[in-house]
Design a protein around this ligand. Structure first.
Ligand SMILES: NC(=O)c1ccc[n+]([C@@H]2O[C@H](COP(=O)([O-])OP(=O)(O)OC[C@H]3O[C@@H](n4cnc5c(N)ncnc54)[C@H](OP(=O)(O)O)[C@@H]3O)[C@@H](O)[C@H]2O)c1
Length: 288
């Protein structure tokens, strides 16, 4: 564990296979309307360049309006969107994707994800082929997946060049098997719910480490995530001070022993586990 610690001095963006992604993005789940619009605009003006949305969040119009209001050129931003489970069949995927572009006031998406793996795995193949078509027409720059288990990620990698798997990841929920696969295939792991949706704050070790660097517990968690080579993260903050704090993590560095101590906090504490989730504990052995 933790063999993937990065030693690169500037980790504000991560690059693999010539593709770069800002390490910290703004999550927008459960933010809508003017709150979402203002959060996105404010985040961009304070330096965020990566915004995460999804068809299911019902906030694409607000995200698009916030981005437009920031005045920052589209090419300077990295926007992720996710195709919802009901929209994965080819025709539905294409039509809802076009609607998403309109709502976002954009003509391309940087990273398009399958939001959750569908029960019928044939649907994954068809969806990835359709997304490949969107990519060939330059509607999307890269294809990714979300909530894919190790076996499903390897399956997806056999179908197309997957650049990222977005999954829940924070100190209380290790993702060793997925990180191993991401290392092997050069895939980003985008950590969602990095703060455990606020439920994991209040840990003495994180507070102690934070005190040493003059940083908060959340800042220690986010720094711990992005100090891992292939990890980017997308904390959601509707509060301005939280947004400011979450991006102010580039002026300190956790030691290797602190990285390990934080990793040892793992207790399998998964926050996001809907009834349609895949079998997280499915055994899978990566053949090296
Ligand atoms: N692919 C998927 O299936 C999936 C699933 C879940 C989430 N996501 C994505 O990941 C993003 C992040 O996950 P999440 O929103 O579930 O949870 P999260 O980012 O772990 O936690 C958000 C909560 O933490 C609070 N918070 C943020 N910054 C803080 C700080 N500096 N100090 C104290 N509290 C702080 C927020 O409060 P305030 O809002 O009051 O600032 C909010 O209550 C989502 O918004 C979404 O974009 C993806």
């Amino acid at each position: 564990m933790m063999k993937n610690i990065t030693s690169h001095p500037d980790i504000s963006t991560k690059t693999i296979r010539n593709f770069s992604i800002p390490s910290i993005g703004l999550g927008t789940y459960q933010m809508q309307g003017s709150t979402c619009q203002e959060a996105v605009r404010d985040a961009i003006l304070m330096g965020y360049r990566h915004i995460d949305t999804a068809q299911m969040y019902d906030n694409e119009i607000a995200v698009g309006t916030g981005i437009a209001a920031s005045g920052i050129p589209r090419e300077a931003l990295f926007v992720t969107n996710k195709i919802w489970l009901d929209n994965l069949e080819p025709e539905k995927l294409k039509s809802t994707f076009q609607q998403s572009l309109e709502k976002l006031q954009m003509n391309y998406i940087d990273l398009l994800l399958i939001h959750w793996p569908p029960a019928n795995e044939e649907t994954i193949t068809n969806a990835l082929k359709t997304m490949r078509e969107l990519r060939s027409k330059e509607y999307i720059r890269k294809i990714g997946v979300s909530n894919f288990t190790p076996r499903l990620l390897v399956k997806a990698l056999a179908i197309d060049e997957i650049i990222a798997n977005q999954v829940e990841y924070h100190p209380m929920l290790a993702q060793n098997d997925l990180i191993d696969i991401c290392e092997t295939y050069n895939v980003f792991l985008i950590a969602y719910a990095p703060l455990g949706q606020g439920q994991i704050l209040g840990t003495e070790l994180l507070q102690q480490i934070g005190k040493k660097y003059g940083k908060s517990e959340s800042q220690v968690i986010l720094r711990w995530l992005i100090q891992q080579r292939l990890v980017a993260t997308i904390p959601k903050a509707s509060n301005h001070e939280h947004r400011k704090s979450n991006i102010d993590i580039f002026d300190f560095e956790l030691s290797e022993s602190e990285m390990h101590e934080i990793a040892a906090l793992d207790r399998g504490a998964r926050q996001v586990n809907p009834q349609f989730a895949p079998r997280w504990d499915e055994k899978f052995e990566l053949k090296h």
